[in-house]
Every structure is written in C-alpha cells, then in structure tokens.
Design a protein around this ligand. Structure first.
Ligand code: FAD
Length: 149
C-alpha cells in the first residue's frame, strides 16, 4: 500500500497540562499501533506540530478524527506527500522532549525565537520533522514507551 506522510499544525484551545498531553499520546499510540500509523507529536506553548505516516486510508482517517477534536483549532495541513519510507518506524507516536526545541533550532526554522509551526512552509515543516527524526534514531525504544516532555 502507498505510504503517506502528513504534517499539520494546530493550536490548543487552552494551555494543556502534561497529563492532558499524556492522555492524547496514550490514545494516539494505542490507535496508531492498531492502524499501522507512526509519527511525531510536538507540543510547546499551546502549539502542536504533528507528523502522521502510514497507508493513505489510515492516515486520512486518523487526520479526520484529529480535525474534529475539540481540544484544538486552526488545524492546518503543512505538507502531504507520498513517500518511499517512514521516518518514525519505531514510534506509534513519539512526543518530542522540550530541549529539542532549542534556540538555535527555533531561529533556523522560524522568524523569531518562538515555536510557531503554523508559519512553516511545506519545505520547512518537512525539513524540521526530518531533522527531529534523524536525531531520535539512537534513542528509539520498544514501541509503546510513553515519552514525557
Ligand atoms: P472518542 O474517544 O469517541 O471521543 C469523541 C469525541 O470527543 C472526539 O471528537 C474526541 O476527539 C473528543 N475527545 C476525546 N477525549 C477528549 C477529552 N479529554 N477532552 C475533550 N474532547 C475529547 N488520535 C489518534 O488516533 N492518533 C493520533 O496520532 C492522534 N493525535 C492527536 C493529536 C492532537 C494534537 C490531538 C488534539 C488529538 C490527537 N488524537 C489522535 C486524538 C483524536 O483526536 C481522537 O480523540 C481519538 O483518535 C479518538 O477518536 P474517537 O473518534 O474514537 O473519539
């Protein structure tokens, strides 16, 4: 089946607690593992950036559920592409540790030293997610491990 990578940004309706994000992650990992979806979730200062990869049907269905989720708004597709391989084969959903969004990286990808994923171009979103994927290669856990921020 054809592999798709979808990257979107969104904004939490209110500042979420760690436990709220953990709950989103737990449901995501469970459902994604069943559907064969993998990816990355970044949450910082009310902003989400998420990468979903997998078969086209399951990625689209997952995205449609996410779109209806009342916990966030301004859900915007940044990039949607057919791809040859996954960047996150070991993660049904991985949350990025906050240190990964360091000053240097923020300035490389954003106009100011602020995580504003909704402003990323398709190329910028894809480059940032790819860079984060490359970094986690050595730290890949057995699937299902919950990553705390
Ligand atoms: P149900 O569990 O039947 O819930 C019904 C409705 O209530 C849905 O609209 C649901 O979104 C909403 N809801 C559920 N819990 C809460 C809550 N605590 N507070 C308010 N509303 C709630 N799901 C995935 O499967 N894979 C992902 O990768 C994924 N990533 C996500 C990323 C973000 C940023 C967010 C906000 C959500 C994500 N989700 C993901 C969760 C997804 O939006 C759905 O909640 C989940 O897939 C369950 O869908 P459901 O239709 O079975 O909803």
């Amino acid at each position: 089946m054809m592999l798709i990578r979808l990257i979107y940004s969104s904004r939490a309706l209110e500042q979420l607690r760690d436990t709220d994000v953990d709950q989103i992650l737990r449901v995501s990992m469970e459902r994604n593992a069943k559907a064969g979806v993998t990816g990355l979730l970044v949450y910082s200062a009310r902003e989400f950036l998420q990468c979903l990869e997998g078969g086209r049907d399951v990625v689209n269905a997952t995205y449609q559920r996410i779109l209806r989720d009342p916990r966030h708004a301004e859900v915007t597709i940044l990039d949607y592409a057919e791809v040859a391989q996954r960047w996150f084969p070991d993660w049904s959903m991985r949350q990025l540790p906050p240190l990964a969004l360091n000053r240097r990286r923020l300035l490389r990808y954003f106009p100011r030293e602020l995580f504003t994923p909704g402003r990323l171009s398709a190329a910028g979103a894809s480059a940032l997610v790819h860079e984060l994927a490359e970094e986690q290669v050595d730290t890949a856990p057995s699937s299902g491990t919950l990553q705390r921020r």
